[in-house]
Design a protein around this ligand. Sequence first.
Ligand SMILES: Cc1ncc(COP(=O)(O)O)c(C=O)c1O
Ligand SMILES: Nc1c(O)cccc1C(=O)C[C@H](N)C(=O)O
Length: 426
Amino acid sequence: MTIPSSREACLALDAADPLAGFRARFHLPAGQIYLDGNSLGVLPLATPERLARVIREEWGEGLIRSWNSPSPESGLGAGWVDAPLRVGERLAPLLGAAPGQVAVADSTSVNLYKLLAMALQLRPERRVIVSEADNFPTDLYIAQGLIAQLGGRHELRLLPAGASLADYRAALDDQAAVLMLSQVSYRSGALHDMRALSAAAHAAGALTLWDLAHSAGALPLALDADGADFAVGCGYKYLNGGPGAPAFLYIARRWQGQATSPLSGWFGHAQPFAFEPDYRPAPDIAQALCGTPPILGLSALEVGIEQFEGVDMAQLRAKSLALSELCIGLVESRLAGQGFVLASPREAARRGSQVCWQHPQAWPICQALIARGVVGDFRAPDILRFGFTPLYLRHVDVWDAVEQLAQVMASDEWRQARFQARGKVT
Ligand SMILES: Cc1ncc(COP(=O)(O)O)c(C=O)c1O
Ligand SMILES: Nc1c(O)cccc1C(=O)C[C@H](N)C(=O)O
């Protein structure tokens, strides 16, 4: 891609952008360039009204009857009880999943726990979970905790970030039960080849569990076609479901009914409202549910997912890469010699939707940028991270953000930020 050489050239790209119209669907705070949608997505304009309706009408008026399916006679019933599967069904096309394989529930961490335990049940003779040392900590902590609960007979085998397909093939021996990876690295934005790694895992007799926290809504996904066995992901990042939005989980149809969630709550029962004393697992994806669904969070997430209606995911991917290429090109040309080292893969096809820079002063630079209204984030020890959300970011935003970065470096602002308190979220 040729990097636009002026702000006007960026504006021209925005004018020709087929996704430009989607920006109007979101509330974007004035005076900010938000490059953190990979941590917490922005507010869809339709969300407050939808939540107000759910609160006033479904909760306020319908009360307990809102759990039931809508009734034409009484006008009551909001189908709350079906919300985890209904919203899962709406999300499924974005994940490349045929119907009946996606549910929305719990947090990503809890879903990892449930699905990792299920995957291990399906490989009872095997003892190894293969993953990446730089995986998001919660993924590793969940695996460590589960291993301890299972009596310490399993092992977490971690490959370094950047390990090749050949390295994974070598690690996937006859003891490997599960390959558990984040498809896009939260730290570097590196993108794993799901199809090739799933095939490698299957060739070794192992299953796959993919964390799609930084993939869902950020790039086209094809869980079914790529042979994924299990997957989880966050609702509050690129899906714009709001802070603490419920997470999602995917279980390939071939494994449904073959393994049981270790959290055998009543919503995963074959007939929750039969109130039987003994647990009888639902035969389908509902088995991975546990307790009462958080209706307000689910309603907000449903609105977030609706914003993708009419979005061509190939166009979204093309724009995501154009924005990240623009960031790389501009930083490298305008800030050459100022200590910024690209920490994301240079090859576009190997990147998710973020660009990360290693810099010894990444933290104060990040703070100085935030003070100027350019909100990216810092990841210890020395990573400055910019997330690109193609539905609401423009080329000109990238241009302006790099301009601000250049001004931060030219001034002494970042030196002042250095002496402020550390330990905040960004
Ligand atoms: C790859 C990945 N997995 C999981 C999580 C978070 O999981 P949870 O929503 O359970 O906090 C994050 C970010 O917080 C993440 O980046
Ligand atoms: N989940 C988060 C939270 O509860 C508070 C602050 C940030 C987050 C994040 O999403 C971190 C994120 N997973 C990351 O990629 O760094």
